[in-house]
Design a protein around this ligand. Sequence first.
Ligand SMILES: CC(C)(COP(=O)(O)OP(=O)(O)OC[C@H]1O[C@@H](n2cnc3c(N)ncnc32)[C@H](O)[C@@H]1OP(=O)(O)O)[C@@H](O)C(=O)NCCC(=O)NCCS
Length: 184
Amino acid sequence: MLTLNFSPFPKIVTERLTLREIDMGDVDAMFSLRSDERVMRYIGRPKAKEKSDSIELIERNIQDLKENTSISWAISLKDDHTLIGTIGYYRIKLEHHRGEVGYALHPDHWGKGIMCEALNAVTEVGFQQFGFHSIEGVTDPLNHASNRLLQRCGFIREGILKENYFWNGKFLDSAVYSKLAPKQ
Ligand SMILES: CC(C)(COP(=O)(O)OP(=O)(O)OC[C@H]1O[C@@H](n2cnc3c(N)ncnc32)[C@H](O)[C@@H]1OP(=O)(O)O)[C@@H](O)C(=O)NCCC(=O)NCCS
């Protein structure tokens, strides 16, 4: 069985980005992200309606991190501490050495290759530092940006789960992507 310890927090620096720990200073930026219709369209989770929703989300992130059950990074530009997006591993299956990656970026920054840069970095940490054997990405098949992003970052589309996700009164399909750890 894989064991994970997210302490000390694995901060990541890439060419243009800093991927850092999320804290209570991020409430406003998190609210701006999670209340945006364009961001939440395919996420299948409730939109933030009030600041308190974002406070709750960050508190949960902090708790999960402490318990080593999931990890989220704030995505910031290198020269600006503001949170512009998030990326992380959720629903980690320790017995299978497998993590599911999730991400969201504020629309002001879409289309510049930012999430691809973040995803490549987080994937490398997932394999090299955490010891994952595989990483999964699950999207709405209609979420072209997310599907393209995963393919661009070397994830393989494995198939479609038919109507496996009940959201807003509808049963939705899920596209499952995965990437295997490089062979040693
Ligand atoms: C999905 C998301 C993170 C992509 O972030 P991004 O930084 O704009 O993506 P990148 O610029 O790194 O682009 C990666 C690839 O996706 C493509 N892409 C980006 N937006 C696209 C769009 N709207 N439609 C089709 N392709 C798109 C890019 O062209 C690029 O592929 P290419 O190199 O072949 O051109 C962003 O659109 C987002 O936050 N969406 C809302 C949240 C969400 O849906 N999260 C995923 C839930 S599973």
